[in-house]
Write a protein of this length. Structure first.
Length: 376
């Protein structure tokens, strides 16, 4: 029997978010557009919209939990620092590779096809998470006081939410390289710029702080109840503000701070319910946890499966198009989810059985790919 680990409730939410993410990408790539416009698809769209907030939120929470020990070594720029830095760099690199047409900077920079470089520099959820966690890393190293550190996170979160709408109106590419300006808004195609998505990472880190305090006092069940209560209040308040109190024009503001609060509320409720499930009912060997632990591989591989040009310079998404009915899309989603579960289980087994060999293999493959990218 697997030993209980109460922090597995975070992995549970993250794993579920990844599984739903596969459904989201399959639906986006294959489902007939007319079906998405039907009245009943609206709640499905809302649920799908919770995936990215849950993924970023749990990343921040897990990251802050890992800071409970070894901060002094981290600040001395020891092995622990370089491992963390390498991991975050890998996340960012994998994020860029998702939109890569060729493993060659020269080909991507072809002036005859400017869209390839623009697509390459699009900021996806992995780049957002990687940069957001880098901010947490360096901030935690620089600020020794826990109180100052978390107060700073509160301030940063508030600033991100308040100035987000303004940041989305500025074309930063006019005075910054596209590779940097894409981190601020969606003007040039970024899917998950730092504004407002990094706020979910920061609130995840803040929630991790409260979880640590509850765990030290043996008050985790109280913590979980507070998550459910506060999350419910946040969600209902947001719905009330958007649909009754505030004018309808307010909803047109992008990114909208109330939308952030609405989704954060649902995440807090799910997190609290997950704690009770894992600690009182759940199976601690769930395949969902396998997917969560191998999130980087699962995220990258399922997107490549859908969008990689395998056959006659066409991807599966291009071959099938947005012409599939509900059942056809559902079957593809289930098949892809099952494949990713087996991949996660297999990769996790290899990492546990041959940790040194797998680590060296990953490092070698990444190094070779980086060299090819710059010299090819």
């Amino acid at each position: 029997m697997v030993k209980k680990d109460r922090a597995q409730f975070i992995d549970l939410l993250k794993g579920l978010a990844l599984i739903v993410m596969i459904e989201v990408h399959v639906t986006t790539a294959f489902l007939d557009t007319s079906i998405k416009e039907l009245w009943w698809f609206s709640p499905v769209h809302f649920i799908n919209g919770l995936v990215a907030p849950a993924f970023t939120f749990t990343s921040g929470m897990v990251f802050i939990l890992s800071f409970q020990k070894g901060l002094d070594e981290l600040r001395k720029l020891g092995t622990k620092f370089w491992k963390r830095l390498g991991r975050l760099t890998l996340i960012i690199l994998v994020g860029y590779s998702v939109h890569m047409s060729f493993l060659s900077l020269r080909k991507l920079s072809n002036p005859n096809y400017p869209h390839m470089l623009q697509n390459f520099f699009m900021v996806d959820i992995l780049q957002c998470i990687g940069v957001g966690l880098l901010i947490l890393l360096f901030l935690r190293m620089a600020v020794r006081s826990d109180k100052v550190f978390y107060n700073t996170l509160w301030i940063l979160t508030t600033i991100v939410l308040l100035i987000g709408p303004l940041m989305w109106k500025i074309d930063f590419a006019k005075f910054l390289p596209l590779s940097i300006s894409n981190y601020f808004n969606r003007i040039h195609g970024s899917l998950f710029p730092l504004f407002p998505w990094v706020a979910f990472i920061f609130t995840g880190a803040l929630t991790g702080k409260y979880y640590i305090e509850a765990k030290q006092k043996n008050e985790e069940s109280i913590f979980a109840r507070k998550l459910i209560i506060n999350g419910t209040v946040a969600f209902l308040t947001s719905v009330l503000l958007l649909n009754i109190i505030l004018p309808s024009s307010f909803a047109e503001i992008k990114p909208n701070p109330i939308f952030f609060l609405e989704r954060l509320g649902v995440i807090l409720v799910l997190l609290g319910l997950g704690w009770f499930y894992v600690n009182r009912i759940g199976n601690y060997n769930s395949f969902v946890l396998d997917v969560s632990r191998e999130s980087l591989l699962v995220y990258w591989l399922h997107l490549k499966f859908i969008y990689k040009k395998f056959w006659n310079d066409k991807s599966i998404a291009e071959i099938l198009g947005n012409d599939l009915n509900l059942w056809e899309s559902f079957i593809i989603a289930i098949l892809l989810i099952v494949i990713m579960i087996f991949v996660a289980k297999g990769w996790g087994y290899l990492k546990a059985k041959y940790p040194v060999a797998i680590s060296r293999l990953v490092f070698a493959v990444i190094t070779i790919c980086v060299i090819i990218f710059f010299v090819n």
